[in-house]
Design a binder for this molecule. Structure first.
Ligand code: ADP
Ligand code: MG
Length: 240
């Protein structure tokens, strides 16, 4: 579904991604782990062109998204993103946050969008919060609304950038439970996370990023129990 070839990204003279090669198949759940500052967020942001890659190729279903004429808005509809900081529209209710994309970008009617929005809120356990504003919700509730909003656009893959890092520890579980459910339902996911137990349980493959590349990748048993590279071993020992 996604193939990344020789991706690099510089910010001015600073090389953040140097040569990233990866693929993600449909239905896979990829966890991306590694020390901070090693380019994990930049990698996700390059995939949906929030950051413009400096060189390399990103193919989605064989189509090069860096080619001229690619519509970024369409690309972002296919690839949803959930951020650490939720990024809900503060002046819209939970349901309003779920309707705006389908109505404005996909031409759905308000009635249709609201019906689907309510279903999605129910799925993340927040039907009773449909008419609450973001500031009336807890962090965990806001993040569940953000995930539901992402789903309202019917993406083919969802990119999560540390979805639980901003949350009070008591709220981490409720958000991870929603992501687990998406994984079980066969959604394609790429998740930057520091939740190692979660990553071990939910992932089909784990990417260990370090120094601007995917240093090691493999099934969770390999990365967590028998890493092949010294740097991976050191990292896993540190975060245990
Ligand atoms: P991670 O998500 O692994 O913590 P990031 O992808 O956020 O790492 O950042 C990798 C490096 O790139 C960091 O050193 C960071 O300071 C730098 N960086 C990220 N975004 C920018 C930017 N917009 N301008 C300049 N430097 C950036
Ligand atoms: Mg980051």
């Amino acid at each position: 579904m996604i193939r990344v070839e020789h991706l690099s990204k510089h910010f001015g003279p600073v090389a953040v991604l140097t040569d990233v090669n990866a693929h993600i198949r449909q239905g896979e759940v990829i966890s991306i782990i590694g020390p901070s500052g090693t380019g994990k967020s930049t990698f996700l942001r390059c995939l949906n062109l929030l950051d413009q890659p400096s060189s390399g190729r990103i193919l989605i279903d064989g189509q090069d998204i860096l080619a001229a004429g690619v519509k970024v808005a369409q690309l972002r509809q296919r690839m949803g993103m959930v951020f650490q900081s939720f990024n809900l529209f503060p002046h819209l209710t939970a349901l309003g946050n779920l309707c705006i994309g389908p109505v404005q970008l996909r031409g759905h009617s308000r009635v249709q969008a609201a019906a689907r929005g309510l279903e999605l809120l129910k799925m993340v356990g927040l039907a009773e919060k449909a008419h609450s504003l973001p500031h009336e919700l807890s962090g965990g509730q806001k993040q569940r609304v953000a995930i539901a909003r992402c789903l309202s656009m019917e993406p083919e893959i969802i990119l999560f950038d540390e979805p639980t890092s901003a949350l009070d520890p008591t709220m981490v579980g409720e958000v991870l439970a929603v992501i687990r459910r998406l994984a079980r339902d066969g959604m394609t996911l790429a998740i930057v996370t520091h939740e190692m137990d979660f990553a071990r349980q939910v992932s089909s493959r784990v990417f260990y990023m370090d120094q601007g590349i995917i240093y090691e990748e493999g099934p969770p048993q390999q990365i967590f129990e028998a890493p092949q590279q010294q740097r991976t071993r050191d990292f896993i020992r540190r975060v245990r």
